[in-house]
Write a protein that binds this ligand. Structure first.
Ligand code: ADP
Length: 252
């Protein structure tokens, strides 16, 4: 689906990411972990085509490429990527949009005027609300919802266009541990049952290691890329995740 080949990314003269090589296959659930400032968000922005690699290339599933050689951002593919940005929350309870309207905006944002919902769109919205078990919140104002409910609304918005790939950047930062585990559990189901390919960025390596089967540990360069099983068998994993950090998955 995505092949990242010897990518280096710079801010001015500063190399943020060096020689990054990995690939994402359809159906993968990959956690991008690493300390603050290790380049996780930069890598996501590069995957989304918002930053251009200084060297190397990124090739997408249909063969379009973003790299220093072609210089073509993967803009044409963005409609296939559902993106949940960092710190997306509605803290003002008076924010006027309802859950249904926020999710609808995930479909309408990319459309030209007139931005009108078809019956098919309405069905898609209703389906995604059911999938994420928030159909009873459809007419509620998002600003009045809890952090965990709001995060499900953002997820619904990102999913409603049926993306081939879902990218989440630190989606659980503001959630309490139980709500965060439930959110990860929802992602696991989306991946296993609906077949959604997921890349999740988090510094919460402890929790995500219980959910994502693939780990890319980044610190400006790749320190580990492989299965969580191999990671656990790797003697250096405790250095990154802490001793005895891998437990069974907990259901909600
Ligand atoms: P992470 O998401 O892992 O916390 P980032 O990708 O946000 O890391 O940042 C990686 C490094 O790049 C940090 O040292 C950060 O200060 C720097 N950085 C991030 N954005 C910019 C920018 N727009 N201009 C210059 N340096 C930046």
């Amino acid at each position: 689906m995505i092949k990242v080949d010897h990518v280096t990314v710079k801010y001015g003269m500063f190399d943020v990411l060096t020689d990054i090589t990995f690939s994402v296959k359809e159906g993968d659930f990959l956690a991008l972990v690493g300390p603050n400032g290790s380049g996780k968000t930069t890598l996501v922005k590069t995957l989304l085509g918002l930053l251009k690699p200084a060297t190397g290339s990124i090739t997408f599933f249909n063969g379009s490429s973003a790299g220093n050689t072609s210089g073509t951002p993967p803009g044409g593919e963005l409609k296939k990527i559902g993106y949940l940005p960092q710190k997306s929350s509605y803290s003002d309870p008076r924010f006027p949009a309802t859950v249904k309207e926020v999710v609808a905006s995930g479909l309408l944002a990319r459309r030209k005027i007139p931005k009108i919902l078809s019956e098919k769109d309405k069905d898609a919205i209703s389906d995604v609300l059911k999938l994420l078990k928030i159909e009873d919140l459809a007419e509620k104002r998002v600003g009045k919802l809890s952090g965990g409910q709001q995060q499900r609304v953002h997820l619904a918005r990102a999913l409603v266009g049926e993306p081939s790939l879902l990218v989440l950047d630190e989606p659980t930062g503001a959630l309490d541990p139980h709500t965060r585990d439930c959110f990860y559990y929802t992602l696991t189901n989306l991946n296993k049952i609906q077949g959604v390919t997921i890349i999740i960025v988090t510094h919460d390596s402890h929790s995500i290691s219980q959910h994502a089967p693939l780990i890319l540990y980044l610190d400006r360069k790749i320190l580990f890329y492989g299965t969580i099983k191999d990671f656990n068998e790797n003697t250096t994993s405790e250095h990154y995740f802490g001793r005895g950090s891998i437990h069974g998955k907990r259901e909600c």
